[in-house]
Structure formats: C-alpha cells, structure tokens
Design a protein around this ligand. Structure first.
Ligand SMILES: C[S@@+](CC[C@H](N)C(=O)[O-])C[C@H]1O[C@@H](n2cnc3c(N)ncnc32)[C@H](O)[C@@H]1O
Length: 323
C-alpha cells in the first residue's frame, strides 16, 4: 500500500515524524522549522526530506506540497503552566501560532491532522483556548478526538510525560473507527535508556570544586538511591520517583538548572544528551550532529515528543484509515 504523505510543522528534530514513519504507513515529505539547530538534527536523520527553515508566518500555503496528514507539535510555552500563562495573548506571539497552522490547514485540507501539546492546554484560560482550537478544526470540516496520554503508561518508556494528542479526520467513518491506544505495562527500565556502566566524558560528572558554591556537597548528601533521577533546582536537589525520569523540558541544562542527575559507578553525573533522546523513545540509531553544543541538544530532546506514544497513536490512525 502506498504510504500516506505527511507535512510537518514546528517540526523540531522530527520526533512526531519518526513515530509515524516507524509504523511503515507514513512518509514525511515536507517539514518546516525556523530554528536552524533542530532543523540540522532533523536533516541528519531524514536526509531526503525537504526541511524549510523559515518562520511559519512566512510560509505560503501554495509552497506546501499536497499531503494526507498534517503533523504539528506547536510551541507550548504560550499554553504551559510553566510558561507565561498568557495563551493567545502571549506577547511574543506564540499563542497565535496555532492560527498560522489553521491557515495552512484551511488551504491544504489534509485528510488528517495530528497535533500534540502540553496537558495544560485543555484548562488554559478556563478552557477557552482549547475550545478555540477544537472549534477552528471543526469549522474546517474535521471530526476531532483528543486524549492526554502519559509516556510511562502508553509508551513503555520510563518518563513521566503527560501530553495531549489531538487527532482530526475529514472522513467521518475514519473518525468513528479511530480509538486512542490502550495503556500498556511499563516493562522498560532506567538502564534501557541510561548507561550506568560506561564512563562518559568528564564534562558530565560533578566533582568537588568544579562548580561554584556547595552544589557538589548537596548532591552527595541527597543522592542515596541509584534507581532514582535527581534534578538540581537552582538551590536544592529534587528527588524524583524511583525508576522514572521526570518530564524532560526545553530549558533543561540552562545554567545547570533542571538537568537530570544520576549516580553511576563512575560518579554522580548529568544524563547525556543521547540519554535524553532515548528517554523520549528515540532509537539507538538516532544521529546527533557533530559539534553541536550540549545545551542545544538538551533543548531539542526536551522540546520533542515520546516517539513510542506517537507510534502507537499513528498505528491506530492507520487502522482507522484502512478500515
Ligand atoms: C514543541 S517544539 C516541537 C518539537 C517537535 N515535535 C520534535 O519532535 O522535535 C516546537 C518547535 O516549533 C518551533 N517554532 C517556534 N516558533 C516557530 C515559528 N514561528 N515558525 C516555525 N517554527 C517555530 C521551535 O523552534 C520548536 O522547535
């Protein structure tokens, strides 16, 4: 069967694209992302995709190729509790980016739209923001279903990451057949994504005197559980639930803040950027650009999606399409 063609917006490194492609039923043919750094990572892993590095505001609908499925994990800062709490009024205009997407959907009319965002999108502005999004899709002729799924319950990945997934179908029968995946047991463990054995580059380790203040002493005092992931939260060490990585965020690593810290046999260290990508369900074959700063890679991993959850939803979309 011919693969369904996908166009990807706010594409980042392509986590959504990867999840869809892993089903074998979809192929990304076009991607738009305005930050050249994630775009570079995208190109490295999808060398045949035309990645347009441009602001979506400047994308002309006529230049977007016809596609069956539109994919978009639009920026969440405008909607996130951790963000500015301003939604569509976000002074940096990020809330309005949804309307750029709506403009492209209205013109290209893909059969299916797939959107991903932070869980809090639903409650933002007493539900008004979410209602506007759903009503805009309905006005364009889509039948819409949505659900919040946690990566550790639906993706067999030990990350506590709740995200909302919105799926719209133009075809009512497909919409009626579509169901979100069922929860699955969490059988994967931290050692599937974190390498506790191998010595990593020195730069990832905390040693006495390396950082200002008493971070090292506080870490040594607090880290007592080798099956837990810790975070440095500006002034204190936070222990997360054993066996699970906390939600990776885009700002992890900035000023050492929020970065995930573990105890290994070679010492206390940060999780590496590769390990952060594995925590999002990226395969070991995933490539990172040479010589890209870790801070950029941490941001890309935190901004991305749990690939295995996306893959499971994409399988259900395929099932609904194929009847
Ligand atoms: C939440 S991330 C999506 C990440 C993606 N799902 C992935 O797997 O990597 C949102 C992305 O939108 C991009 N972005 C933000 N504003 C944009 C704009 N005006 N035009 C194009 N891309 C934009 C950001 O650079 C970021 O990579």
């Amino acid at each position: 069967m011919e693969k369904l063609k996908c166009a990807s917006f706010f594409a980042g490194v392509g986590g959504i694209d990867l999840g869809f492609e892993q089903t074998g039923g979809f192929k990304t043919i076009y991607a738009n992302e305005f930050d050249p750094y994630p775009a570079e990572t995208f190109k490295k892993n999808f060398p045949n995709v035309d990645v347009i590095v441009q602001n979506i505001n400047d994308i002309k609908e006529d230049n977007v190729p016809d596609h069956d499925v539109l994919l978009a994990g639009f920026p969440c800062q405008a909607f996130s509790v951790a963000g500015y709490r301003q939604g569509f009024d976000d002074k940096k205009g990020r809330g309005e980016l949804f309307f750029q997407l709506a403009r492209i959907i209205a013109k290209k009319k893909p059969s299916i739209v797939f959107l991903e965002n932070v869980k809090n999108l639903v409650g933002h502005d007493n539900g008004n923001t979410f209602q506007v999004i759903i009503e805009s899709l309905k006005a364009e002729g889509y039948h819409v279903k949505y659900q919040v799924l946690n990566a550790m319950e639906y993706g067999n990945i030990c990350q506590n990451r709740e995200r909302i997934y919105i799926v719209g179908f133009r075809d009512k029968a497909q919409y009626q057949r579509f169901v979100f995946p069922m929860p699955i047991p969490l059988t994967s463990t931290l050692s599937d994504i974190i390498d506790f054995e191998e010595k990593k580059d020195d730069k990832y380790y905390y040693i006495d005197g390396k950082y200002k203040g008493d971070i090292y002493q506080k870490l040594v005092a607090a880290i007592d559980d080798p099956s837990a992931v810790y975070q440095w939260r500006r002034k204190y060490v936070r222990k997360n639930k054993s066996g699970v990585v906390p939600t990776l965020t885009a700002n992890q690593g900035e000023g050492g803040h929020n970065v995930c810290i573990i105890k290994t046999k070679h010492g206390i260290r940060k999780m590496t950027p590769e390990e952060c990508f594995y925590t999002q369900g990226f395969p070991k074959s995933w490539k990172l650009p040479d010589n890209m700063a870790d801070s950029r890679l941490y941001k890309q991993a935190g901004n991305s999606v749990c690939v295995s959850v996306i893959e499971r939803i994409a399988e259900e979309i395929l099932r609904a399409v194929n009847g």
